[in-house]
Design a protein around this ligand. Structure first.
Ligand code: ASP
Length: 406
């Protein structure tokens, strides 16, 4: 296929995905309820994406590690990746803290009626403990990405020390990777219908435009604060980094990543989007597979700039609603725990709401406060997930540039 035909097909697909999104919003907005057949289409599409996570990340990580050449490169890659994740996450939290202190969305809001919803328990130590799987297959079955990454890295490193004795295995893994990528390409062709169905179902389930409008106006300034923070972080910080990493304008990079960005908004899940992020980063941005196969799966679970920013804004918002003054040290505690909460949140819809409990508890704030942000969370979740995926993809460009891979 010539370059111009490929570009033409890409543009057509993106246009159809956007049309799907708008139509989905309209159908969900006016139907005000979930329509079973449309919900089924959305589930089928989402399942197909999730189905690809295990074969794709395992084969791509093993492949990436074994083609590293010198295994010491992996150490450097790990160090630079960790540096990128931590720096951008802390910057995101800081932007959130500044935004919520300047805009003061909770000033004058009465927290009296809030009651604690049950969102489950969360412990950061459990996340760390789960990093090494006791049973590989149950990690796969549960879609736990971190233990899979650990296993695949370990497997790949050992495999690369065994040379020609495992040649056949290396070729087999390469084959699995190639087939998986091709399957992802086929699944993406269904994205216009999938996105339509997911958006229609979600907005319908939220009660359509009327109910959504009421929820938005009830929490208006809080929503504005989160969105403003996300916009500043995405454009100023990540946009500059995208330019540094690629030499292209941020708008151009965003356009090349439009598929994963639109999908992250439609699915609310970094993990479900991961196969598409991998494909776009490698094929549209030309990122070296050794970098993307390491940075993206890890990023989908631990690097969440949007979630970190949201956690900080939400915690301070809750304090403002309850009229609790936050001292500087307490705000620092929020910065730290929001960072940990984002690292610990899984790349699935509204995982950040669960890890919020830890932020509120550590900062000594009322957990019932979650009740105040619950109604609009599905919408903010979509927005922060898009920023999470944008941060991961930009990371591959920056890290590749720093390490001069490729
Ligand atoms: N839904 C987000 C993600 O998958 C996590 C969250 O903030 O809830 O990236």
């Amino acid at each position: 296929m010539s370059d111009s035909t490929a570009a033409g097909k890409h543009t057509l697909l993106l246009t159809l995905i956007m049309v799907g999104m708008v139509l989905g919003a309209l159908v969900g907005g006016f139907s005000q309820t979930e329509i079973a057949i449309i919900a089924l289409l959305g589930d089928l599409f989402l399942n197909a994406l999730k189905m690809m996570i295990v074969p794709l990340i395992v084969s791509s990580i093993i492949n990436g590690v074994t083609s590293m050449g010198d295994i010491r490169k992996l150490g450097k890659l790990g160090a630079v990746t960790a540096g990128y994740y931590i720096t951008t996450t802390v910057l995101a939290v800081t932007i959130g803290i500044v935004a919520v202190n300047v805009i003061q969305p909770g000033a004058g809001v009465d927290a009296g009626a809030a009651s604690a919803p049950s969102v489950g328990d969360y412990s950061f130590l459990d996340v760390v403990r789960g990093m090494i799987p006791s049973n590989l297959f149950s990690a796969m079955a549960n879609g736990d990405i971190l233990p899979l990454i650990f296993f695949a890295l370990f497997f790949g490193v050992v495999m690369s020390t065994l040379g020609d004795r495992v040649k056949v295995l290396r070729e087999a893994v390469d084959g699995v990777f190639l087939v998986s990528m091709t399957m992802v390409r086929i699944i993406i062709a269904a994205a216009p219908v999938g996105v339509f169905a997911l958006v229609a179902t979600r907005i319908g389930a939220a009660g359509g435009f009327d109910a959504f409008g009421r929820e938005l106006s009830a929490t208006g300034w809080y929503v504005v604060t989160v969105l403003a923070g996300l916009a500043v972080h995405s454009i100023l910080i990540l946009g500059t980094l995208a330019f540094f990493g690629s030499g292209k304008t941020p708008i151009r990079v965003m356009a090349l990543l439009a598929e994963p960005l639109l999908l992250s908004f439609s699915t609310g899940s970094s993990s479900a989007t991961l196969p598409v992020t991998m494909k776009s980063v490698q094929e549209n941005l030309g990122v070296d597979q050794r970098v993307s196969s390491f940075v993206l799966p890890l990023g989908a679970t631990v690097n969440m700039d949007g979630t970190a920013l949201y956690e900080a804004v939400a915690a301070v918002f809750v304090a403002q609603c309850y009229g609790i003054e936050l001292s500087f040290p307490t705000q620092l505690v929020i910065v730290l725990t929001a960072t940990l909460a984002a690292i610990g949140a899984a790349g699935i819809p509204q995982a950040g709401l669960v890890t919020m409990v830890m932020v509120l508890q550590t900062a000594g704030l009322p957990v019932e406060g979650i009740g105040m942000i619950l109604a609009v969370d599905w919408f903010l979740d979509r927005c922060r997930t898009t920023v999470n995926v944008w941060g991961d993809a930009v990371g591959t460009l920056v890290i590749q540039r720093i390490l001069r891979f490729g």
